[in-house]
Design a protein around this ligand. Structure first.
Ligand SMILES: Cc1ncc(COP(=O)(O)O)c(C=O)c1O
Length: 416
């Protein structure tokens, strides 16, 4: 098969595809302990709610209506209107439905956005997306139609009490010139659970506005839904911000609904890309979310069910980890949101890729840290000392996984 340049790039068996294969195989292996993937937790109250919502929507004809009709290329109009009203109400943002477009999952929104802005330009120059704080979401890393579309910067590390730490943007290092097409951050961050402070966001916004480039904020875990954010920070949007949201972490990854809140100009651009690539985004996700807005359940469930569920779980799992691994070189990034814990084994004599292999051999699947440091000019040993684990499994599974991680980490330290 002779492939185009695009074909060659997008058919590569990348490191992350291999890891996802592992995770998928792990899912089918009885007894495997899956701490690697990003599936949201099966929260019983949410499952019951979705069950009832489907029944109600079926009775009212909304479900079959969504199944049997295309929406427009910008996405379901009644949802766009209801969401714009909700955000304007909640946060006072000056937005209307002309500022919102939908995509088939926010992953595809990032594909559109990065390629609309970065890579080969019309004048022949090459532009990149600047990630001010690595590590960041691995799902961005292969999204460029052109190679080499990211530049990322190491964070400052603040050591906290209780063997925890927190990353901060190192503003001194950031270099912005006209080869930068946009700034992008996930907030809360996948993989670390970090939440950029209000001050960091306002400084990034200032830099973006000064250079006349957009600030993309990936809000897949943030407010007002699914609200898996444990710090009280201000939600942020203005006309220069592209805020990406998703229904996935609310518990609906299967509907593949991404939401992009941006200037009217960018919204039109996204709708036009949708028309070409998918005719229209899927109708089911926005039909569900519209129903949840109308009933007042979207924000209520996010605040009263989803957020406390993850917050309690993360605190509990941090405690189990700290009881199991008492070596002072072991530290955990302060869990401020999202569904992962980021573990740092300082001075670990083996890389976490090797640790990943040893854990995999014992049926525990995690993700080695180095994959999240794409866009860096030089390798950094810190990345090879970290790993990401999700904390969404049940207690027995989490405890078994943690015991095995503790044994392997302690063995690795002793080997040194
Ligand atoms: C930070 C972040 N952004 C975007 C996505 C993409 O999610 P989806 O395409 O399901 O909306 C994910 C998925 O895990 C994520 O963690």
């Amino acid at each position: 098969m002779e492939l185009s340049k695009f074909g060659e790039k997008f058919t590569r068996y990348s490191g992350i595809t291999q890891l996802m294969d592992d995770l998928n195989q792990g899912l089918q292996t009885p007894g495997a302990i899956m701490l690697g993937g990003g599936n949201p937790a099966a929260i019983p109250e949410m499952l019951d709610y979705f069950h009832q919502m489907c029944a109600d929507m079926l009775n009212q004809g909304e479900l079959v209506n969504a199944l049997t009709n295309y929406d427009g290329p910008q996405g379901k109009t009644k949802f766009l209107k209801a969401l714009a009203a909700l955000l304007a109400d909640e946060y006072g943002w000056p937005i209307t439905e002309k500022n919102i477009s939908l995509t088939n999952g926010s992953q595809s929104a990032f594909f559109y956005l990065f390629n609309l802005l970065a890579g080969k330009q019309q004048d022949g120059s090459h532009k990149r997306i600047l990630l001010p704080l690595a590590p960041d979401y691995i799902g961005y890393s292969d999204a460029g139609i052109d190679d080499d579309i990211f530049v990322s910067y190491r964070p400052e590390i603040e050591l906290l009490d209780n063997n925890q730490f927190k990353y901060h943007v190192d503003f001194e290092q950031l270099q912005i010139d006209n080869s930068i097409a946009a700034i992008c951050v996930s907030r809360p961050t996948n993989p670390t659970g970090n939440v950029l402070t209000d001050d960091e966001i306002s400084r990034l916004d200032h830099i973006a506005q000064t250079h006349n480039i957009p600030l993309i904020i990936d809000n897949a875990y943030g407010t007002p839904f699914p609200n898996i954010i444990f710090e009280s920070v201000k939600p942020f949007w203005n006309d220069n911000t592209i805020l990406c949201m998703s229904l996935s972490k609310l518990g609906l990854p299967g509907v593949r609904c991404g939401i992009v809140i941006a200037s009217e100009q960018m919204t039109k651009a996204m709708a036009n890309v949708n028309g070409i690539i998918s005719l229209a985004p899927g109708s089911l996700g926005p039909a569900f979310a519209h129903h949840m807005i109308q009933s007042g359940d979207l924000l209520r469930l996010s605040e009263q069910v989803i957020k406390p569920y993850y917050q309690q779980k993360s605190l509990q799992v941090v405690q189990w980890l700290q009881q199991a691994i008492t070596d002072p070189r072991f530290k955990i990034h302060k869990p401020e949101g999202a569904i992962f814990l980021w573990l740092w084994f300082d001075q670990l004599p083996i890389s976490t890729t090797e640790l990943y292999q040893r854990l995999k051999a014992r049926g525990v699947l995690v993700i080695p840290g180095e994959y999240f440091f794409f866009g860096q000019s030089e390798p950094w040993s810190h990345g090879q000392q970290c790993l990401r684990m999700n904390y969404v499994q049940d207690e027995a599974t989490m405890r078994r996984g943690i015991d095995i991680i503790a044994e392997e980490v302690n063995n690795a330290y002793v080997e040194a």
